[in-house]
Design a protein around this ligand. Structure first.
Ligand code: AHR
Length: 338
């Protein structure tokens, strides 16, 4: 039903825009903010802003919470959302963005699965004068005019917080501490930046040694698979640094299957602070969790409305985040939303 009314609305909006465009051809039709028409949307005659959103997929509870936040906030903000699931494939996200350009949405937002390879499709959006907002993950481009803002976490800071906890935990120790790293999706901003931040924090402490690193794809299955490989390859692993909770939970599965006690025999640090992660922390199976907040929907909708109105946006909007030890996890769990 929602899709039908969306299509109708867009057809009508497209038609009115086309007529307006041909009437205004001598005046130079093309500015998205000026070209918007009354679609009869919410608010009794006010324009309903349309947003095309391309999501990465549903690899983690973080992602599921992020999707819900975007969808719920669009409804509350009265924004017509065209939501497309990229299913972990960059090609799917590129196709979705092209589709949004053809549908002439007011604003495009997306969470890029990997950092590189977006310039061509974003140039198409720019040529169509549709503002683009990056949410959650950054892209790697020299042309920053291809997007208006990036809303989301500082992943380098998250990596630094994870590394700093380790530095403090092993302060004064001289013997080698062997660390394995279960990375997020190869080429993604959180994987790249969380590795950089962590490396930065521990590099002045030569006894903290990262002995292996592998992609766990931000999933529990991936984390378990990678941890099994590490256990088969390395004796005496002291610490696991997993780039998200799911990978950390997978590492717990692998350690328990190998007869080891996660959180005691091997310390585990993760990022996200989802309910599953905090429960494992409260149970003593994880040791430290860095927060990455997925509830970006309300801020995103504010930015979308401003972009649609032609307002200037800040180039970066960073989410507020904290860290969790066992006591803090127990304290927040009863009210944790995701
Ligand atoms: O981009 C944010 C990361 O992606 C989250 O840490 C992870 O859980 C998700 O899959």
């Amino acid at each position: 039903m929602a899709n039908v009314s969306w299509t109708r609305r867009m057809r009508r909006a497209g038609l009115v825009a086309l007529v307006a465009c041909s009437l205004a051809v001598t005046a130079g039709c093309g500015d998205k903010a000026e070209e918007k028409t009354d679609t009869g949307g919410q608010g009794g005659g006010t324009e309903q802003v349309s947003l095309g959103f391309s999501q990465v997929g549903s690899e983690s509870s973080w992602r599921v919470a992020n999707t819900k936040s975007v969808q719920d906030s669009a409804v509350s903000a009265g924004i017509a959302l065209d939501f497309q699931d990229g299913k972990q494939q960059q090609e799917n996200q590129i196709t979705a963005i092209r589709g949004f350009v053809q549908k002439k949405v007011d604003v495009i937002a997306f969470s890029p699965i990997v950092e590189s390879g977006w310039d061509a499709v974003l140039q198409e959006a720019k040529d169509a004068k549709i503002p683009v907002i990056l949410t959650d993950r950054a892209i790697d481009t020299t042309d920053t005019s291809l997007y208006r803002t990036l809303l989301g976490s500082d992943f380098v800071a998250e990596g630094r917080k994870a590394g700093q906890w380790l530095v403090d935990r092993y302060r004064g120790r001289q013997d080698d501490i062997k660390i394995v790293q279960i990375e997020g999706t190869t080429g993604s901003a959180p994987a790249n930046h969380r590795r950089v931040g962590f490396t930065e924090a521990i590099e002045s402490y030569p006894h903290l040694k990262v002995i292996d690193s592998k992609d766990g794809e931000f999933t529990r299955e991936g984390g378990e698979r990678v941890m099994k490989t590490f256990l088969a390859k390395h004796k005496d692993i002291d610490v696991v640094y997993a780039h998200n909770d799911e990978e950390g939970l997978g590492a717990i599965d692998a350690l328990e299957a190998a007869g080891k006690k996660p959180g005691e025999d091997v310390l585990i640090i993760t990022v996200d602070a989802s309910r599953g992660g905090l429960e494992a922390l409260a149970a003593g199976k994880l040791n430290f969790v860095v927060e990455c907040n997925p509830l970006l929907g309300p801020q995103l909708m504010d930015l979308v409305k401003k972009a649609a109105a032609g307002e200037t946006l800040p180039t970066r909007v960073v989410t507020d985040e904290t860290v969790f030890d066992q006591a803090k996890a127990k304290e927040v769990l009863p009210t944790r939303q995701y």
